[in-house]
Design a protein around this ligand. Structure first.
Ligand SMILES: C[S@@+](CC[C@H](N)C(=O)[O-])C[C@H]1O[C@@H](n2cnc3c(N)ncnc32)[C@H](O)[C@@H]1O
Length: 309
């Protein structure tokens, strides 16, 4: 049963981290199931192997067989052969733990850890794992801000869950992201009913859209970067078009302060921003009536700006 005890709080993520770090997961994926074989393969003690395999079984990450243990589907995200978008949130949670452990150094130097190739894949897995209910609530809120959009630009669309939902609802969707994301997810994007374009939102955006949308994207930017981005959004919109960005706004979302620390731990830029910061960026770009709306039944807010018709 979960509690605030030191052996409950954070237990699972530390256990997963230690098992990944030592090679316990590699041993399991290679087919070693007996505790002594896992111990030998991972270079850990027999005592450690017995204890952690039991604990992994308690949490459903492995199951006991007549020959020892085997991984369950819950552990699949840690298998390097699992495609990024199918990895779920857990591997990124473990990467984040490593970033938090390194936070004192990041705070002293201003330099966040170099992202690894696997870490980048895990990050995309985490993005793809947004719950269906949250995804639909955000897209519905965007459609309330701009009913029945015909042409939608999803900026920083990443794995494309939002793009696919707009497309499912009848819009012609263009997903824009950075080249490294598009290269990694090319096969996955090819299966979606969306156009894909490469770009940097701070530099320029393609034009001709009635809704420019982004989710969890402006947190990756500095405040000057947000100003450049919304200036480009204004140019990308048709007259009468709408900008809608789903974010955690400081002072509105209880998680926003903590998410600022999360961005600090993982990236050299990025933060969460106040309502005033978003309003001022939108007004400077020429948007009228900037608003921050709550997205019902989620922790997100929708930052909305309108381009005059
Ligand atoms: C946290 S992910 C969110 C992905 C997706 N919108 C979602 O919510 O599932 C942020 C995305 O924004 C993209 N991004 C960050 N800065 C960008 C920029 N300057 N131009 C274009 N995309 C950017 C990243 O590559 C990443 O895919």
């Amino acid at each position: 049963m979960g509690s605030d005890s030191i052996y409950d709080r954070h237990h699972e993520v530390f256990l997963l981290w230690a098992c990944r770090e030592t090679g316990v997961f590699d041993a399991l994926f290679a087919g070693y199931g007996r505790p002594d074989a896992v111990a030998e393969h991972a270079g850990i003690t027999d005592r450690a192997s017995g204890i952690v395999l039991d604990a992994l079984a308690d949490s459903g990450y492995v199951r006991e067989t007549k020959d020892g243990y085997e991984p369950t589907d819950e552990l699949r995200g840690f298998d390097p052969g699992t495609p990024p978008v199918e990895r779920g949130i857990l591997p990124h949670r473990v990467d984040s733990l490593e970033n938090y452990i390194r936070l004192p150094e990041t705070m002293r130097t201003g330099e966040s850890p170099e992202p690894t190739e696997e870490g980048f894949k895990n990050y995309m897995g985490a993005m793809a794992s947004i719950p269906d209910g949250t995804l639909r609530a955000i897209v519905t809120a965007a459609e309330h801000a701009h009913p029945r959009p015909e042409r939608v630009l999803d900026v920083g669309g990443g794995p494309g869950r939002f793009s696919a939902e707009f497309a499912r609802r009848g819009a012609a969707v263009t997903l824009l992201d950075q080249p490294e994301v598009l290269d990694l997810l090319a096969d996955h994007h090819a299966d979606l009913d969306v156009d894909v374009v490469e770009g940097d939102a701070r530099q320029s955006l393609p034009a001709g859209f009635d809704l420019v949308f982004s989710a969890r994207m402006t947190v990756s930017l500095s405040l000057p970067g947000i100003r450049e981005y919304v200036g480009n959004v204004f140019e990308a919109l048709e007259p009468g078009g709408t900008f809608a960005a789903a974010e955690w706004v400081r002072g509105r979302a209880d998680v926003a302060g903590r998410f600022g620390v999360h961005m600090l731990s993982m990236s050299d830029v990025g933060n969460t921003y106040t309502e005033d910061a978003y309003r001022s960026a939108l007004e400077s770009a020429g948007f009228t009536d900037p608003e921050i709306r709550e997205v019902p039944d989620t922790r997100f807010q929708l930052v909305v700006g309108r381009k005059p018709g």
